[in-house]
Design a protein around this ligand. Structure first.
Ligand SMILES: *[C@@H]1O[C@H](CO)[C@@H](O)[C@H](O)[C@H]1NC(C)=O
Ligand SMILES: *[C@@H]1O[C@H](CO)[C@@H](O)[C@H](O)[C@H]1NC(C)=O
Length: 394
């Protein structure tokens, strides 16, 4: 939930979420990103346009009873920015919600599995990915005006040139977003020291980050090429109207700047991935991180729009889907937290440490249908749960 901007406090950064654990059987799934498969494919730039603002999804207000929502919840997964910046290096994340004399409180916890140095590298990779993706979205925002220009009455050669370079740029941006998403998945494996099968190791996850960074660099080259083409188009457009020239000038400048910013992000990811080869070894010190907070229901007409406060940060906690067991008890929840200009996160909670894939896919499809996209820096990552106490004392 909480998107924590200030990273000064370790505890603050490490645990926004969950509480006490219970151990036992192994549900070791890879932290593969789960996508909402049922949705028709949309391009990165289409989603970028929709992501400019927080979505305003309906919450599950009808009959919502916060008393029934209290108790222990296991985190089944969360979007990468939340997991890699706010829950860095933790597995077995849980939340415990309780009520005392009318006040609601929370205790989030998780078990530490990587060192603080590795956690810093993991966070830095996510952060650099965020920078690259934000820059890529800036390029997306330039495209509609250029498409319009390519359909306008300006000279035909210029129009053709624009149309083809805009199309190529859209494709490069889409591929770049997929590469960064794959980087975050590999980063997510390292984050949870989760190398369950198929010969996965720290080295193979780092190798994946390098491989996808390299692929992303080809896409960044294509975007740099796009910037150069726009500059050539500007040179050819000297006889066009001032409006056309302005559109081209501002797009060329923005695309050039964004291309440079993407390059910076990719370089940072490479450097930090290399660092992880030495810092990223799993640790097994049994340390439990936990963090308390409070919950309020600030909206009288919308009881499922909760707000969570941890330390000095406050964040919305909107319950946008809720599943019930046969006896009517809440069994799974989909939470959305978005603050304009700060960021968004999405997470899935369950009363059990596992969840049926169909339920999870249903939740994620629902989020996507509401305009909540988990792409580029922010794929949905599964939380490693082991059930029981997760190997730590109760
Ligand atoms: C395009 O032109 C702008 C402004 O003159 C310049 O800052 C930028 O570096 C150029 N970009 C490329 C890729 O040549
Ligand atoms: C409370 O929720 C309702 C329904 O979603 C919404 O229309 C209203 O703006 C919200 N009020 C505040 C103060 O956020």
């Amino acid at each position: 939930m909480l998107l924590v901007k200030d990273e000064a406090s370790m505890a603050h950064r490490l645990c926004s979420f969950m509480i006490l654990i219970v151990v036992a059987a192994v549900t070791a799934h890879r932290s593969d990103a789960i996508s909402a498969k049922q949705q028709p494919p949309s391009s990165f730039c289409t989603r970028a346009e929709a992501s400019r603002q927080c979505a305003n999804p309906p919450t599950v207000d009808a009959d919502f009873n916060v008393e029934e929502y209290l108790g222990r919840w296991y985190e089944i997964g969360s979007t990468a920015t939340f997991k890699l910046l706010s829950e860095t290096g933790l597995i077995c994340n849980q939340a415990f919600y309780s009520s005392s004399s009318g006040k609601l409180s929370l205790l989030n916890s998780g078990l530490t599995v990587i060192s603080p140095l590795a956690a810093a590298d993991v966070s830095a990779i996510n952060f650099a990915g965020r920078g690259s993706c934000a820059a890529a979205r800036e390029v997306c925002y330039q495209l509609p005006a250029l498409v319009k220009l390519s359909q306008s009455k300006c000279n035909p050669a210029l129009r053709r040139q624009l149309a083809s370079s805009v199309k190529a740029a859209g494709l490069a941006l889409h591929r770049l977003a997929s590469d960064v998403s794959l980087i975050q998945q590999a980063n997510g494996e390292i984050n949870q020291a989760n190398y369950p099968s198929g010969g996965r190791t720290l080295q193979s996850s780092v190798a994946d980050i390098k491989k996808f960074t390299k692929e992303a660099e080809y896409q960044q080259d294509a975007i740099a090429q796009f910037a150069a083409e726009l500059n050539k188009t500007r040179a050819k457009a000297r006889k066009e109207s001032a409006e056309i020239q302005n559109t081209l000038n501002s797009a060329a400048l923005k695309v050039s700047q964004s291309s440079a910013a993407i390059e910076v992000g990719l370089n940072t990811m490479k450097v930090r991935a290399k660092s992880l080869l030495s810092t990223g070894q799993p640790i097994n010190n049994g340390n439990v991180y936990s963090v308390p907070g409070t919950i309020t229901q600030p909206n009288a007409t919308s009881p499922a729009k909760l707000e969570v406060s941890i330390f000095t940060s406050r964040a919305p906690y909107w319950i946008i889907a809720l599943e019930k067991a046969k006896d009517g008890a809440y069994s799974a929840a989909l939470i959305y937290s978005c603050q304009q200009g700060v960021g968004k996160s999405l997470f899935v909670l369950s009363r059990e440490p596992t969840m049926a894939m169909a339920t999870l896919h249903g939740f994620l499809s629902k989020a996507e249908s509401l305009g909540i996209y988990n792409d580029c820096e922010d794929p949905f990552l599964l939380t490693l749960q082991r059930g029981g106490t997760c190997g730590r004392p109760l």
